[in-house]
Design a protein around this ligand. Structure first.
Ligand SMILES: [Zn+2]
Length: 353
């Protein structure tokens, strides 16, 4: 029996029911020549231990820009992990023949944590095995009123959107994610993050901070410039790009927390994005899905899953290319005020000054 077959058997024995983790480890093995992989933490659940893998590619110099791709923060949203792993696989395969990708990676760092919450995914829960919603777990409180429960709560781990106990350390998974972001993204002058989720509404949305306040972020001009070049390049795209605060406010948002950390360092630009794949349409087309194991958070029909994976890969690739070429599109100091006014008119009408 070949070594590859032995390894494949080991993967399915150690991660039963976690097809995303099995596929991720397959990709890591296939890409061993071009990538570095590490286990950033381990999660114990039901007598098992699951690794949280981080994968890095490209130039390790802290002078070059970086993009981080994250998925599976919520255990129910398997499609988020699937999108990130599909992009990583396509890079690994392209590195075997594509000179332009090798050249791109000379001026870019890429970081992947495709399955942040394997314990939750294994159990089929949004929260981690401790009952904590990792996306409500950061030490940042909303300044304004948040919606009951969904905005984050400390009543009980038995209810959804639990933030964790007051003054407790962050959960293992969220602390590990923050470490990777600080070391790989915030250590660089320019970085972008994309965290892939599913489940909100019928449209695909790309959200940026803040979630803890309705105030605009400092780097609104850069966010607007990124949106502009994306729309000019992909004029048929179907994303709604907006600050999360336009939909609802929440406590404990990891990306608000990390964005604020980034702003504490001088001259650093960090643009964190969350992709919220609208899943309600998948359910409308197939109402039986309401009762399936994957519920409303994942496409349940193979062709729909393929379409979702196809649709988003170009956005992930766009982020890699735009980060590498940031000098060509980020507004200059002189252009920032005008860019900001335009962004305020679009996203914060009535506050243009
Ligand atoms: Zn989510």
């Amino acid at each position: 029996m070949s070594l590859a077959i032995v390894e494949e058997r080991q993967r399915s024995v150690s991660h039963p029911g976690l097809s995303e983790l099995i596929e991720l480890e397959r990709v890591i093995a296939d890409g061993a020549r071009d990538l570095d992989a590490s286990v950033i933490c381990e999660v114990a659940v039901g007598g098992r231990r699951f690794p949280v893998h981080a994968v890095t590619l490209g130039n390790p110099s802290t002078e070059v820009p970086a993009v981080g791709f994250f998925g599976g923060v919520h255990g129910l949203e398997r499609i988020g992990s699937a999108v990130v792993i599909a992009y990583l696989r396509s890079l690994v395969m392209r590195l075997r023949w594509d000179d332009t990708l090798h050249r791109l990676l000379e001026s870019l760092r890429l970081v992947f944590v495709p399955l942040v919450n394997p314990g939750g995914m294994w159990r089929g829960t949004r929260a981690n095995p401790g009952g904590v919603d990792l996306m409500r777990n950061a030490p940042v409180d909303a300044i304004e009123r948040v919606p009951f429960l969904i905005g984050g709560q400390r009543i009980s781990a038995g209810l959804p959107w639990y933030r964790g106990a007051e003054n407790a350390a962050m959960e293992t998974e969220s602390a590990a994610l923050c470490r990777v972001v600080e070391e790989e993204l915030l250590a660089r002058p320019i970085s972008i993050a994309l965290d892939c989720h599913s489940g909100f509404g019928v449209l695909d949305r790309i959200w940026f901070p803040y979630a803890h306040t309705a105030e605009p972020i400092e780097h609104l001009p850069e966010m607007h410039a990124l949106k502009t070049i994306f729309e000019q390049t992909y004029c048929n795209h179907r994303y709604v790009i907006e600050p999360q605060s336009r939909q609802y406010l929440a406590h404990g948002d990891l990306w608000d927390y990390l964005y604020l950390r980034a702003c504490a360092g001088p001259g650093r630009i960090f643009l964190p994005l969350t992709l919220e794949m609208g899943s309600w349409l998948w359910v409308k087309k197939n109402p039986r899905q309401l009762f399936s194991r994957d519920g409303i958070f994942n496409p349940s029909v193979a062709h729909r899953q393929q379409r979702v994976l196809r649709r988003h890969l170009s956005f992930l690739d766009f982020l890699a290319r735009s980060a590498a070429s940031y000098r060509r599109w980020m507004p200059s100091e002189a252009d920032r005020p005008q860019c900001r006014t335009r962004a305020l008119a679009l996203w914060y009408p009535g506050r243009e000054r």
